[in-house]
Ligand binder design. Structure first.
Ligand SMILES: Cc1ncc(COP(=O)(O)O)c(C=O)c1O
Ligand SMILES: NCC(=O)CCC(=O)O
Length: 477
């Protein structure tokens, strides 16, 4: 067993040697490390090399890998049977746990992957409204369903694909893609298709084109536009849900601002490392799902008892101290990344949204009017002010001021224009020094409750050499 021989084996029998493209080292080069085990903040590869892990299974491992109490819950559930194909009380308990944290959710449908959750949300929105079209934002990833693969960020960004082969023109035509952070573009899309938009779907805080923190009032403006036009707002919290706070990104923003989506999707942390995801919302919307309503949705392994046990145990353990710790170590690591890059004169932006962060390479200065660099963004917020004016009384307006919007790329086009070629040498220097980052500049870095002083110390030690490698990088010719 070794990384090289195991990956050669995998490549013979799995396309690209992987079960999901983001795991391949396409954009950073080299051979993916074949993992043998994971515990706490560490992963061990087939060569027996242990590294500090900042992938965290792409988000689910909020508590760290193989938390003993989660593993015990899984073992106990497995001993009672792996799958029943019949309802269990644990599913209702998991729904209770979600509803307690995210009170606008009255009912939940459990599925196995985030993709299924967003697919179900889109079908439900179409079924409820009787309308065909969906508006999504360029650079937002919602899983690999046909309807939402256009300009999808994540692995699609790495492949430099506009979308995916195999998606029919008819399907693509039912998705309207607008730039992120551009309220006017959403308003224009509604105006161009009166009475035909079923839903706007947005990542609660985008983290698949790197992290882009929503500008203050952006999600609220989407809420108002959806209400004005009779469409549903689908807030995709697959990545942010139960990770950035106990009530996800909505808990950091929507609760304070007083808005709610019509549907919310969860994945990743809700399953604690096992395949659980969900779509939730008000009963009046959710009850359109079969068996109560006409929108069909099903799954042999949906609500799987072993997976649900992992999710329940994870949510029960994810208390305020866990979130405070993850917030703190994320800040320590992201500040250290920035300091290391500054020390080498590498222009960059650390992109933060709650405890999520990523690094974008390049320069983004505030524009002369104090807002930001690109003209399209400035016009977006002039439009947002008019949306606020037209909104229902009591809703919070955002205004055209943007001093609180961080500098850095704010949409997919800006993200893609960065000096992405600085990332591969940075990534490999970290890997060589014993720190595993997500193998793409477009992905968020994930800290966990298990990243203690020692693990964080190892990350900090690795950074100066990685920053030197980024400084020495040259663009491909
Ligand atoms: C915001 C968001 N939505 C949906 C998905 C799809 O989830 P899954 O990979 O479980 O299908 C992801 C996965 O990364 C995601 O980040
Ligand atoms: N941010 C993108 C993902 O988390 C996807 C993970 C995977 O497909 O393995």
């Amino acid at each position: 067993m070794s990384n090289e021989s195991d990956f050669a084996h995998a490549r013979r029998v799995l396309p690209g040697g992987v079960s999901s493209p983001v795991r391949a080292f396409r954009s950073v080069g080299g051979t993916p490390r074949m993992l043998r085990s994971a515990r706490g903040a560490y992963v061990t590869d087939a060569d027996g090399v242990e590294r500090v892990d900042l992938v965290a299974s792409w988000g689910p491992a909020l508590l760290g890998h193989a938390h003993p109490e989660v593993v015990a819950a899984v073992q106990e559930a497995a001993a009672r049977g792996l799958s029943f194909g019949a309802p269990t009380v644990a599913e209702a308990e998991l729904a209770d746990a979600v509803i307690a944290r995210v009170p606008f959710v009255e009912k939940l449908r459990l599925v196995s992957t985030g993709t299924e959750a967003t697919m179900t949300a889109v079908r439900l929105a179409r079924g409820v409204t009787g309308r065909p079209l969906v508006i999504k934002m360029a650079g937002c990833y919602h899983g690999h369903l046909d309807a939402l693969l256009a300009q999808a960020g994540s692995g699609v960004a790495n492949q430099a694909l506009p979308g995916s082969a195999g998606v029919t023109e008819a399907t693509a035509a039912e998705t309207i893609v607008v730039p992120y952070d551009d309220v006017a573009a959403v308003a224009a899309a509604f105006d161009a298709h009166p009475g035909r938009v079923a839903a706007v779907i947005v990542e609660a805080a985008p983290a698949n084109m790197g992290v882009v923190e929503p500008a203050p009032g952006y999600n609220a403006a989407l809420r108002r536009l959806c209400s004005q036009h009779g469409a549903l707002l689908v807030l995709d919290e697959v990545l942010t849900g139960f990770r950035v706070s106990g009530a996800g990104w909505w808990g950091l923003e929507g609760r304070r601002e007083g808005w709610e989506p019509d549907l919310v999707t969860f994945g990743k942390v809700i399953g604690g490392g096992m395949p659980v995801a969900a779509v939730g919302g008000r009963a009046s919307v959710m009850d359109h799902l079969a068996p109560l309503g006409p929108v069909y949705q099903a799954g042999t392994l949906s609500g799987n008892p072993v997976a649900v046990a992992a999710g329940l145990a994870t949510l029960r353990l994810a208390d305020a101290a866990v979130y405070a710790h993850v917030d703190r170590v994320s800040r320590v690591v992201s500040d250290a990344v920035s300091a290391a890059l500054d020390a080498e004169g590498v222009a960059h932006s650390v992109q933060r949204a709650g405890s999520l962060f990523s690094v974008a390479f390049g320069s983004w200065g505030p524009s002369a009017d104090g807002s930001r660099a690109d003209a399209s963004g400035a016009s977006a917020f002039a439009a947002d002010a008019s949306v606020a004016d037209a909104s229902v009384a009591g809703a919070s307006g955002t205004g055209a001021h943007r001093p609180d919007v961080p500098a850095g790329p704010r949409n997919y086009a800006q993200v893609q224009a960065q000096e992405a070629w600085r990332f591969p040498p940075f990534f490999h220097a970290m890997l060589d020094a014993g720190v595993a980052l997500p193998p793409s500049v477009f992905e968020a870095w994930f800290l966990t409750a298990a990243h203690d002083e020692e693990a964080v110390g190892r990350i900090l030690e690795a950074l100066p050499a990685a920053a030197r490698a980024a400084a020495a990088a040259k663009p491909a010719r």
